[in-house]
Write a protein that binds this ligand. Sequence first.
Ligand code: HEM
Ligand code: HEM
Length: 197
Amino acid sequence: MQTSNKKYDNISVALHWIIGIGILALAGLELFRGEFPKGHFIREGLKPIHQPVGTLLFALIIVRVTWRLLLAKVPTESHKFDLAGIAAKLVHLALYALMIGLPLLGLVYVFGNDKVIDFGLFSLALPLKASLGGFAKSARWWHETLGIAMFSLALLHAAAALGHHYILKDGLLNKMRFAKNSDANDTDFDPPLVAAE
Ligand code: HEM
Ligand code: HEM
């Protein structure tokens, strides 16, 4: 019997939510922080969070992309080739590209200035000023500009997903829910999303 996935596997689901919420919080907090003048206790108090948390998220993003390319189960009845389906795929691709490129640009800025990332218990240092110093300033500019673009795109993606589920009532969010048991992930006999009369 041919089976079809209706959902992402549980590891993909966990990584999607941890990284997704992490990115929204990290970018939102950094933009919020930037609203306060230099020296303000909120601006200075939140400053130590961004770089270590962004670096940890980057490590998780590498795990996610590797998992997605090699082992992930993705819904087989993916988007149809209509305009909305192609747009959704392009947004997903752009989000993946930004998830990789954005933290890399941040790291180029930090290490290209021979700065360290302070994790509290230890620091990460990779002095690359000699080789990356020339790119550091523009890397920071691109990081900040693309950071705003990514925050906006992630919000658009989240709003579209919630709109599909709660307004169009097509059950889209069920693809990103944890399966209760391994069988629920892979069956053609899943109960319909809307109960038949
Ligand atoms: C409330 C917030 C969010 C909701 C409700 C949500 C919902 C979803 C849903 C339902 C899908 C499956 C779409 C499909 O296969 O047709 C999905 C996929 C995806 N989401 Fe989100 N999402 C949210 C936040 C985010 C954020 C902040 C990011 C930023 C990185 C993100 C990145 C992605 C990516 C890259 C995919 C494609 C997954 C793949 O095929 O590998 N999501 N999301
Ligand atoms: C997915 C992870 C990340 C996201 C979504 C993100 C997003 C952002 C955003 C939205 C801003 C504010 C832009 C503005 O004020 O216009 C910002 C600033 C900044 N980010 Fe990131 N970032 C991430 C990871 C990193 C990493 C890994 C580093 C370096 C280790 C980094 C270093 C910086 C720096 C240096 C700034 C300028 C403000 C400051 O001095 O703190 N970011 N980032």
